[in-house]
Design a protein around this ligand. Structure first.
Ligand SMILES: Cc1cc2nc3c(=O)[nH]c(=O)nc-3n(C[C@H](O)[C@H](O)[C@H](O)COP(=O)(O)OP(=O)(O)OC[C@H]3O[C@@H](n4cnc5c(N)ncnc54)[C@H](O)[C@@H]3O)c2cc1C
Length: 248
């Protein structure tokens, strides 16, 4: 159930040209408990009213319960955006109202042969938060492929985390960057030149065995879902989170 609380900014650092990692703590000192894949909403003054914007929780939960003391999000800036302007000016020590956790873009209790986790830009963050759950499911034989869509190599945020996840997975977790504009020089063997959905065929997608998660740019989510439907995937095996901005 979503509650409202105050978050204090404790740290910020650049992740890419246009993207920052922001770290908050609840002002009341309580941890935030959430299902990995969920998001929080931040509240911004907008004229007489308050406007809300959603941000996926990037924190990797620690301990038995999925909770974190520090609430991490990755924000990509949108020129002239309401939240963008407020968050760019927020200084460590300052506070903001928030609510959550919200959303159902999570891994439910089910048995699946392989999850294909697809994200563009900051749409990759829910999968970072899912790491302890992914690790647990790998011990039960589940395989994972993470397709990360970005324009250029510098936009592959949290790449060190995903490479570390792959390294400890004994082949059960594949990290697959997809670069639409610029490749790395020299390219790495796992790099692909093109959009995430153009890489699906190389994974031999199987509607009986695979479940796809699609997160981030709404155009990517629509194009990828259409491709999967054409391959015979039923809607229950295509799970979506579109990063839409509400109309002001
Ligand atoms: C469930 C959910 C989770 C989300 N998680 C994240 C997250 O983890 N990180 C993150 O950065 N964002 C995330 N978003 C998007 C975020 O909520 C805001 O929409 C985004 O930060 C822009 O807000 P803004 O107030 O700065 O811009 P607004 O004031 O809302 O928009 C300003 C202008 O830019 C346009 N615009 C808005 N977004 C974009 C865009 N991405 N590209 C191009 N034009 C755009 C708008 O149509 C408008 O014309 C999520 C959205 C949803 C629904």
């Amino acid at each position: 159930m979503a509650e409202t609380f105050t978050l204090k900014l404790v740290a910020r650092k650049p992740l890419a040209d246009n993207t920052e990692h922001l770290v908050f703590e609840r002002e009341d000192g309580q941890p935030l408990c959430y299902q990995p894949g969920q998001f929080i909403q931040l509240h911004f003054p907008c004229g007489e009213a308050m406007a809300r914007r959603s941000y996926s929780i990037a924190s990797i939960p620690c301990g038995e319960q999925p909770c974190c003391q520090q609430v991490e999000i990755a924000v990509s800036w949108v020129e002239g955006g309401l939240a963008t302007t407020c968050l760019q000016n927020l200084k460590p020590g300052e506070t903001i109202q928030a609510s959550g956790p919200l959303g159902r873009f999570c891994l439910p209790d089910e048995t699946v042969d392989r999850y294909v986790l697809v994200g563009t830009g900051t749409g990759i963050t829910p999968y970072r938060a899912m790491w302890p759950e992914i690790r647990q499911r790998m011990t039960r034989g589940t395989r994972f492929a993470l397709l990360f869509g970005a324009r250029k190599p510098e936009d592959l945020i949290y790449e060190a985390d995903f490479l570390a996840m792959q390294a400890e997975s004994e082949g059960r977790f594949q990290y697959l960057p997809c670069l639409s504009r610029e490749l790395r020089q020299p390219p790495r063997p796992e790099d692909f030149h093109g959009y995430v959905q153009d890489r699906f065929d190389s994974l031999n997608p199987d509607p009986e065995a695979d479940v796809f998660y699609l997160c981030g740019n709404p155009d990517m989510v629509d194009a990828a879902a259409e491709k999967l439907r054409a391959l015979g995937f039923p809607s229950g095996r295509i799970r979506r989170e579109k990063y839409l901005s509400p109309k002001r």
